[in-house]
Design a protein around this ligand. Structure first.
Ligand code: EPS
Length: 378
């Protein structure tokens, strides 16, 4: 089974990720991973740390001469801001961060020992993993695209069917959105929020396209693809809600307005990832009964504002138990653009995992044979 774990503290020596269960024979271009690393570092609203770091991945194992070996892949990202042993203790927990619950659970007096690991810096390792997953998926015509739908209540429901066009717009946008009408307002809001010493959250959307019908399964609760994708996104720091397709709005509509009617068109040539069945709408967001139905998977994640505030909230000192304001550490005003890259990576990984479950995993040739054989059975 494909899985990964990460290790590392925000100001420790490095972050590492270990991926197991990845097939042999896949060409991995480090430059492709590093492009994603750079994208995660960007976006308006980031704090000073991103000026210090230049996140680059170093491959420690599992890849030889750019080709995966089928053995564990270990990826490392060095921290330029390595100073964990010199950093002061944190005894004024920040509301909204892991500080308080963490020290109580682990019987510690210094929240530094919690926040160093809880920090979203860890997502750099996840993005490296996601980039490797995306390389695998691209061999089967599957793409994953994430972007910002809204920040601080400024929201756009603009949908671009052409992902190439959307990608070009996103690349030019300092807040990774695809609607130029809201971009200016978002930029202004981030700047005003920074001046006020506050922070902002937002909404990101991830679209997975080109994937075949049949990933995930209705047969068991923990095999359902929608549950797995939601879990993967909820694991991202600061994500508080996830929805698929029409999302929470389905609760307010009639069944006839929600479900996507089924049509059939004989595939013209070659094999179709849906066997020729198609929909005119995609309210389900590409998953029915916990199984991918061949339509694009559309999933949104809702991010809370970052809890580290220049104008800190009220807290209590861990040692004296006296009321005091929370610690302020250098932080981001808004990291929603970065979160869109992280969410994209988590979706890529979870889809790659479901894909390898379905099509076998030891070598890429075996996976390709199984994939082709499956499609020819429709
Ligand atoms: C982050 C690095 C961190 C923060 C941010 C994410 O750097 P530092 O703490 O040294 O300024 O910018 O972390 C948080 C917002 C958080 O709450 O921990 C990164 O690499 O993404």
């Amino acid at each position: 089974m494909l899985y990964f774990k990460t290790a590392g503290e925000s100001h420790g020596k490095c972050l590492v990720a270990m991926i197991e269960g990845f097939p042999s024979g896949v060409f991995i271009d480090e430059a492709v991973i590093n492009k994603e690393m750079k994208r995660r570092q960007g976006g308006l609203g980031r704090g000073g740390r991103m000026q210090i770091e230049e996140d680059r991945v170093e491959i420690l194992s599992g890849i030889r001469k750019n080709i995966t070996l089928g053995s564990p892949i270990c990826l490392m990202i060095k921290n330029s801001d390595y100073k964990i042993d010199e950093l002061p203790a944190v005894t004024r927990p920040r509301p909204g961060h892991a500080d308080l619950a963490g020290v109580l659970k682990y019987n510690l007096k210094d929240a530094r020992n919690i926040l160093e690991r809880a920090s979203a810096r860890e997502t750099a390792a996840r993005v490296a993993v996601g980039a490797v997953a995306k390389i695998l998926l691209s061999l089967f015509g599957i793409g994953i695209f994430g972007y910002v739908k809204g920040i601080g209540g400024i929201h756009s429901d603009k949908f671009l069917k052409d992902i190439d066009v959307a990608e070009k717009i996103r690349e030019k946008s300092s807040v990774y959105c695809i609607d130029q009408d809201i971009e200016g307002k978002i930029i202004e809001k981030i700047q005003q929020t920074a001046e006020k010493g506050d922070s902002l959250g937002g909404v990101v959307e991830v679209i997975a396209y080109g994937l075949p019908v049949g990933l995930g399964s209705h047969t068991q609760w923990d095999l359902r693809l929608d549950a797995r994708l939601a879990g993967a996104l909820m694991s991202v720091q600061a994500i508080k809600g996830v929805e698929l397709g029409l999302g929470c709005n389905v609760a307010n509509r009639f069944g006839s307005e929600v479900h996507d009617e089924i049509f059939y068109e004989k595939p013209k040539q070659g094999k179709s990832v849906t066997g020729g069945f198609k929909r005119m709408t995609n309210n389900a967001g590409g998953i029915e009964g916990g199984i991918s139905n061949g339509e694009p998977i559309i999933v949104r994640a809702y991010m809370k504002p970052i809890p580290t505030l220049k104008k800190p909230l009220r807290s209590v000192d861990l040692l004296t138990k006296e009321p005091i304001t929370a610690t302020y550490e250098r932080s981001d005003v808004c990291a929603v653009p970065a979160a869109s890259v992280v969410c994209e990576s988590m979706i890529a990984f979870e889809i790659a995992r479901a894909f390898l479950e379905k099509f076998g995993k030891d070598s890429i040739d075996e996976v390709k044979r199984n994939f082709e054989g499956y499609l020819s059975g429709f």
